[in-house]
Write a protein that binds this ligand. Structure first.
Ligand code: AKG
Ligand code: FE2
Length: 351
């Protein structure tokens, strides 16, 4: 039996043109060629940029401008939609220091959104955490429409990229849609990372976001031109933090814990972190395209993965846990994580 090769290092995040995956008239060979590049990136670093994705540049510019105007509002105005008011739907604003990674406050403020669901939706009626209506601010006008349009566009892109990931594993293109992401759990955040000293009084670095992995299958991130996203590369025992600098017109994609679990560690959920050294605000918009809440996560029986045995990486992981030990639904996994990042809100979500 083969084993997963010891993780080699990498020195950059590749840029992949995914036009063939978002163009219905593309040929099977064109789609497979893109998929092969995605597969190589997923095995090597778990990170890749996408260009040629077809998401409207005007919509992106509008959303970025409105987001900056929101964060420039007085704190009291922003707190009018604070997360405590979103209840179990887990939506709204949190101020700088309000979110923790590995127990330490991140230097970022943000807005949480998700698929807009009304009170009649069965999962909302059942009181399912992280499902419900969004909290939109009064000001700036138009943010609501921009967020909803952007989530719809990125959901389409998420489906297209998952079909490429399926092809890269020699699976049918709709493998993930048929089992996990047909009705995806979509979480969308808009973050502002204010500038500030890079060390705290206790000498510890002040991260915009501390080292972590993402929880689901695929994250699609829009970042502005400030830079500061770093990806962990490990060659032998040596750790190196590789920058993922801004690439105009691109999104940064990365694999989450659930795809790592499904592929027995072959597609890597790679740790990353943010350090804003630009001296100005950094805006970033991560979009999480994840398995449906009630879907059970299983290792994939793919020809491309036959003979691979599961890598136990718990000693290396930021949270000291192995995703490969996990049994259950994506909802179970996510609930175990979210309580740790917002301890104050945990009782509201878990009750
Ligand atoms: O803001 C970024 O560049 C990364 C954010 C991130 O890693 C996350 O929200 O999971
Ligand atoms: Fe992340």
């Amino acid at each position: 039996m083969n084993t997963v090769p010891a993780a080699g290092g990498f020195d950059h995040v590749p840029v992949i043109d995914v036009r063939a995956l978002v163009t219905p008239s593309s040929s099977a060979a064109e789609r497979r060629a893109v998929a092969a590049r995605i597969g190589a990136a997923c095995r090597e670093s778990g990170f890749f940029y996408v260009v040629g994705h077809g998401v409207d540049a005007g919509l992106q510019a509008r959303l970025e401008e409105l987001s900056r105007r929101f964060f420039a509002l007085p704190l009291d105005d922003k707190m009018a939609i604070r997360m405590a008011l979103g209840g179990p739907a887990w939506r709204g604003f949190f101020p700088v220091g309000g979110e923790l990674t590995s127990g330490r406050p991140d230097r970022k403020e943000g807005l949480y959104f998700g698929t807009e669901l009304g009170p009649e939706h069965p999962l909302v009626r059942a009181g399912t955490p992280l499902h419900g209506p969004n909290l939109f601010p009064q000001e700036p006008r138009g943010l609501r429409e921009a967020v909803l349009d952007y989530m719809a566009a990125l959901t389409r892109l998420g489906h297209a990229l998952m079909s490429g990931i399926a092809l890269s594993l020699e699976l049918e293109e709709d493998y993930f849609a048929a089992r996990y992401t047909g009705d995806p759990l979509v979480l969308f955040r808009i973050f502002n990372y204010p500038p500030g000293p890079s060390t705290a009084e206790d000498g510890q670095p002040v991260w915009g976001v501390g080292e972590h992995t993402d929880y689901g299958v695929l994250t699609i991130l829009k970042q502005d031109d400030a830079g500061g996203l770093q990806v962990k590369s490990r060659a032998g025992g040596e750790v190196r933090w590789v920058e993922a600098p801004p690439v105009p017109g691109s999104f940064v994609c990365n694999i989450g814990d659930m795809l790592d679990r499904m592929t027995r560690g072959v597609y890597r959920s790679t740790p990353h972190r943010v350090l804003n050294r630009s001296g100005r605000d950094r805006l970033s918009l991560p979009f999480f395209f994840d398995p449906g809440w009630t879907t059970e996560i299983h290792p994939i029986d793919a020809p491309a993965l036959h003979g691979v045995s599961t890598l136990d990486d718990r000693a290396e992981r930021w949270d000291g846990q192995s995703v490969h030990a996990f049994r259950g639904t994506y909802g179970d996994y996510l609930l175990g994580k979210v309580g740790k990042v917002f301890p104050d809100l945990r009782s509201k979500v878990l009750s």
